[in-house]
Design a binder for this molecule. Structure first.
Ligand code: FES
Length: 93
């Protein structure tokens, strides 16, 4: 789903990444969070106690509400991590 991106913006090369095993397209220079939101992922994780869905809040590395597992490494802030080709992102189910 690329329709959340502004078409007039010139983008760099396409980057393929995988979210819970499903491929999505991002563009070089985007953050993982930007790619997730553009692909329609609004729920990033769940509260570990209540299991309530959580989404990104600040978008600038402060709140830690966007932590995901990237290439097997847990607790990476998606909002301050740039996409890389073949990156594997795991979100809470
Ligand atoms: S959205 Fe707040 S740290 Fe990423």
């Amino acid at each position: 789903m690329d329709n959340l991106r502004i078409p007039a913006i010139k983008r760099k090369e396409k980057i393929n990444l995988y979210v819970n095993g499903k491929p999505i397209t991002a563009y070089a220079g985007e953050t993982v969070l930007a790619a997730l939101l553009a692909a329609g992922y609004k729920i990033i994780k769940k509260n570990p106690v209540s299991q309530e869905p959580r989404g990104a809040l600040c978008g600038m590395g402060v709140c830690f509400e966007c932590t995901v597992t990237i290439n097997g490494v847990p607790n990476i802030r998606a909002c301050v991590t740039e996409v890389q080709e073949g990156m594997r992102v795991e979100l809470d189910d």
